[in-house]
Design a protein around this ligand. Sequence first.
Ligand SMILES: Nc1ncnc2c1ncn2[C@@H]1O[C@H](COP(=O)(O)OP(=O)(O)OP(=O)(O)O)[C@@H](O)[C@H]1O
Ligand SMILES: [Mg+2]
Length: 401
Amino acid sequence: MSNVLRIALVDPNDATREALKKVLLGMDTVWLEAECSRYEFFSDVIAQTHPDIGLVVIDANPDKALDLVASLGEASPECAVLVVSSSTDGNLILRAMRAGAKEFLAQPLRIEDLAGALSRIGERRFGRRDGKARGSQVIAVAGATGGVGTTSIAVNLGCALAAKDTNNVALVDLDLCLGDADVQLDAIPEYTLLDVAQNVTRLDFSLLKRSLTKHSSGLYLLPRPVQLEDAALITQEDIQRVIGLLKASFTHVVLDLSKSYNPVDLIALEMASHILLVIQLDLPCLRNVVRLMASFKEMGNLADKVKILVNRAGLEQGQITLKKAEETIGRQIYWQLPNDYRTMIEVRNNGVPLILQAPKAGITHAIVALADALHGDEESIETVGATKSGIGRLLSLWPNK
Ligand SMILES: Nc1ncnc2c1ncn2[C@@H]1O[C@H](COP(=O)(O)OP(=O)(O)OP(=O)(O)O)[C@@H](O)[C@H]1O
Ligand SMILES: [Mg+2]
């Protein structure tokens, strides 16, 4: 529970308190430590339970509630206070902020607003406590050309991350027309991205989870729509809301992008904390990386989030060297995955991920180490003898080395 925010809630109104409680209970990234129906008792509740966040719904008595917010700031400065109100009157917001509220949320609560506020507080909180930001990680897996292994990496990375008890991982197939993440997991999903996108405003967290397909590895899958023509019904805004909702409920959200770099892919890149750009060591890939990076540099901070991942390293004798590749694209290679055709074809044909099908294979170790590295687990990087330059990373994990 190291990345879980502990919350205490006060709302004298039973109906809105129950509704809020239901939302909070559905979120894996928060723990409802205490609930309270009287403003006058809440300071004691906070003093006794020491939550990370105090959620104060002020509608029942705004004056009394804002006095409480101010007193909490003095008595329990470690507790970040979040105010919820059905009024969006500027004066009230100002009073709440002056009283010391860290965030102000309007009722009826939009789940992604709550998620955003909790994530900002979480980052500040955990950033202060141990020097690491512990919000949800969104990992976009994109390819420099078709067939480079994007889906294989997204699926197997998702499963490797899900293998850790402390993680909750969702994989979204954003290759809306031809995506095959469900095939790679041998899953027959009941619902797709279209169902979730069309109902996103009505979903709470438990319903969201029930709309995803849980794989035996622990990974939750949200597949592409069934019909080809349904892809056009999914908008950029839908994707933004779906990712926002998933971020609030999962510690890791892995996105398998299409190769068309369409508006849906672009919003995914924008919302990502890491962009894994998958390449193979050949000329068409390197040329596309240069083109993609040039465009990414024009798009906010996209370029800064890119991590270049070489897949199928060691495939052919004549392959471009890593050094040459780094010179050409002007960036370090972040990670390499070895070529292992036999294992990958088995994994694909059986619809069983690497960690279950071939736990001892070099490629599986390389994927698990990648998951650890992205997770910020420095120890695992040391164990596999990765070098700082990136070039030597994981050589020790290649088959036959
Ligand atoms: N490291 C690897 N070694 C050997 N084969 C691999 C490796 N990674 C992926 N493959 C194989 O490459 C093929 C393409 O992989 P995958 O479908 O994951 O690529 P993709 O980039 O998602 O393709 P698309 O552009 O169609 O979405 C598959 O047959 C897969 O088994
Ligand atoms: Mg694919």
